[in-house]
Design a protein around this ligand. Structure first.
Ligand code: NAI
Length: 392
């Protein structure tokens, strides 16, 4: 893969262009918005200058990377591409329109990939005359820094398209996890309880935001607590992902969004970007605990109880993703450590805690609430019966 076309020069498109250009590909990046193209070019220059300052690359390398990228104002200019990656607005009609237009210009064997986070690859592929050339290639933000890329073949995707895509992404120095074309793929599905269960614990009035965050960091070794992370992502963005996963799973209660997050989003308490979220943020980015929120707890629980409840819900979700064949055990664990920096893979964590422990924790939660949300994955039960571990 030498010639890469990128559609959309926003946060993700610009990052993907940088990765491909650094790996030695020639990149053409197109955007309908001239200002977005200029912004992408200026921001790449800034990043390159910083890398030179830090001694990570020399000025020759910087020139080489920058010269590998052309900023173009017409989709037609992507016609020589071996592979195109689309990173435009998350709207199916707009994406389908771009894919079917693009197919008219490019060669027959050009791969047409989408960086979508939440749309089905099958639906995007259905806009093409040759849908077997379509695939999902899902990067994480910030793309140049995050090691993981999920590669998602649709039912229409050919084996050849899958193999070439996986090899290309590996050649770019990334770790690939192949995922089934299902809502949230791996990471955005398996990570849901990190937010959802934390919000629920808060809503039950048994712990405050800083208490929950501290339990996950101190005991679990997570780099950020759930509330810090939601503030970082943006409560509007995180809420929308949860809502779309919930809908896409036909309203499975496991993915039910939270009123707390909805209200924070409606109030404009979006997190870091608005200076206010579950915490306050000063101009220079310093985080402080909010004194103005009513966060009294009715009945405190220990950090260990909080941590174990969130952890076992994450493990259950990871085991269920394996049960439903979303990806291999290795890819599920890699996805969480390399896509969202979890301190350990969740299935390896299950082995460490013991499958018995996982099943009895889930059953205790179910016993307490009698809600389908807390149903134990059939795979965990089966493994307990067979006295098996995920990894040997
Ligand atoms: P963004 O809003 O930063 O950039 C989108 C760019 O696409 C804008 O510059 C816009 O002018 C351009 N655009 C819109 N319609 C276009 C069209 N018809 N033709 C050409 N350019 C067009 O968006 P962002 O965050 O880069 O996301 C892009 C895609 O990547 C979305 O599908 C999103 O779901 C996905 N994604 C986003 C992640 C994130 O954390 N921001 C992470 C992983 C995937």
């Amino acid at each position: 893969m030498k010639k890469i076309g990128i559609i959309g020069s926003g946060t993700m498109g610009a990052g993907i262009a940088q990765i491909a250009a650094t790996a030695g590909c020639t990149v053409r990046i197109f955007d309908t918005n001239e200002a977005a193209l200029q912004k992408a070019e200026a921001s790449l220059k800034k990043i390159m200058d910083r890398l030179v300052e830090k001694g990570k690359i020399d000025s020759e390398e910087k020139e080489r990377i920058q010269n590998n990228i052309q900023y173009v104002n017409s989709l037609k200019k992507l016609k020589d591409s071996d592979m195109t990656i689309e990173a435009i607005v998350e709207n199916l009609d707009v994406k389908m329109n771009v894919f079917s237009t693009l197919e008219k210009f490019v060669s027959d064997d050009c791969i047409l990939a989408s960086n979508t986070s939440s749309l089905s690859i099958a639906s995007i592929a259905s806009s093409l005359q040759k849908p077997e050339r379509c695939i999902g290639i899902h990067f994480f933000n910030p793309a140049p820094l995050m090691k993981l890329v999920e590669v998602i073949p649709a039912i229409q995707t050919s084996e050849e398209t899958l193999n070439i895509s996986v090899q290309t992404i590996k050649d770019w120095g990334k770790t690939v996890a192949v995922a089934k074309d299902t809502p949230g793929f791996i990471v955005n599905r398996v990570a849901r309880p990190f937010y959802g269960e934390a919000l629920r614990i808060y809503e039950e009035g048994i712990a405050s935001f800083p208490e929950i965050d501290s339990a996950m960091k101190e005991i679990g070794g997570f780099r950020m607590g759930p509330f810090e992370l939601m503030d970082f992502i943006g409560n509007d963005v995180n809420y929308t992902v949860t809502e779309s996963v919930f809908e896409a799973f036909y309203y499975d209660p496991r993915y039910k969004p939270s009123f707390t997050q909805k209200r924070f989003s409606e109030a404009g308490y979006l997190g870091r970007k608005s200076g206010k979220g579950y915490y306050n943020y000063s101009e220079d980015g310093k985080m402080s605990v909010r004194k103005d929120l009513r966060t009294d707890s009715k009945e405190k629980v220990s950090d260990k109880i909080i941590f174990e409840r969130i952890l076992v819900m994450l493990i259950n979700e990871a085991a269920d993703a394996l049960f439903w064949n979303i990806a291999s055990a290795e890819d599920i664990d890699n996805a969480m450590t390399k896509g969202v920096n979890y301190p350990k893979g969740l299935l390896a964590w299950a082995d460490e805690k013991g499958i018995d422990w996982c099943v009895s924790k889930m059953d205790a939660l179910y016993e307490m609430y009698h809600e389908d949300r807390y149903r134990c994955s059939p795979l965990l039960r089966k493994m307990k019966r067979e006295n098996r571990k995920f990894f040997n």
